[in-house]
Design a protein around this ligand. Sequence first.
Ligand SMILES: *[C@@H]1O[C@H](CO)[C@@H](O)[C@H](O)[C@H]1NC(C)=O
Ligand SMILES: *[C@@H]1O[C@H](CO)[C@@H](O)[C@H](O)[C@H]1NC(C)=O
Ligand SMILES: *[C@@H]1O[C@H](CO)[C@@H](O)[C@H](O)[C@H]1NC(C)=O
Length: 297
Amino acid sequence: MIILMIVYFITLPVLTSKPVMGDATVEEKTPQQYISSRVVRTKYGDIRGFIVTPESRYLEPVEVFRGVPYASPPVGSLRFMPPVSGAQWSGVKIAEEFGPVCPQVLPDIRNETVVLKRISKGRLEYLKRILPFLTNQSEDCLYLNIYAPAQAGVRDAVARYPVLVFVHGESYEWSSGNPYDGTVLASHAGLVVVTINYRLGILGFLNPRSDDYPRSPANYGLMDQIAALHWIKENVAVFGGDPTNVTLMGHGTGAACVHFLLTSLAVPEGEFHEFFNDFNFKIPGLGILRIGRNKFS
Ligand SMILES: *[C@@H]1O[C@H](CO)[C@@H](O)[C@H](O)[C@H]1NC(C)=O
Ligand SMILES: *[C@@H]1O[C@H](CO)[C@@H](O)[C@H](O)[C@H]1NC(C)=O
Ligand SMILES: *[C@@H]1O[C@H](CO)[C@@H](O)[C@H](O)[C@H]1NC(C)=O
């Protein structure tokens, strides 16, 4: 409980802080970064990330992998279908660029006078910060990003880092895992932080089936989240994460998704062994789910 509280206090400032890399509006000094010397061997192919050294002498470097595919692109005949495992690739993928975000209509904040009648100034500032990350949209969007303490690769198997998976919010219709930079959290807390994309809006949540068969669920966005968790379970060890210690954390509607996964028929009973919701902690809009040892296998 105490650990989770700590995670909360360091998480929100970090997750909402200015992204480390990004557009020209970043006025802090850009942290040093260079391509990692090691190649990580996932079940689907080899991948090389990059090392980010945060501008703080208290923070150790973090190895970042952006745009890692966790399922086949849900395009063509796979549109409106549950996610399908990704294909293997050959050669070494350089995980430097974010994957595209899922198709979405962004909130219009051009006329600030009008916008500020509906939302607070803080919320507007937040939107201004994350919207630039959401312009590169494609149906081919099932990607995740990994932030691992840079020493992870040299640690032995018994000392792997706990894994924290962040499920973004914003009304099931827009946003992505990409704007939420896990670098500082990974370094400060000693965690492998994973942010995920999942299908949104019509492509993620419309049930296009015309039969009334009640067991034909169509929450493809939620199924994407489950697929991402399976990918993490399968591959996170090579990034230095402990696949038996995965915590799922959602913000806003992402917290609701975490609740849905808990009650979903698609997630076998007993898969999640501990569950904390926002009411226990009086943290509005934050759901936390701990996936324990030998679960989610
Ligand atoms: C958008 O994403 C695609 C696929 O990753 C990439 O090839 C392209 O360069 C990106 N475009 C921009 C403007 O970032
Ligand atoms: C914003 O909207 C208000 C009300 O519709 C209008 O009076 C104002 O001119 C608009 N401002 C800009 C910069 O377009
Ligand atoms: C997961 O990691 C945390 C932090 O190191 C630890 O407190 C907890 O006991 C671990 N849980 C399991 C199930 O290994």
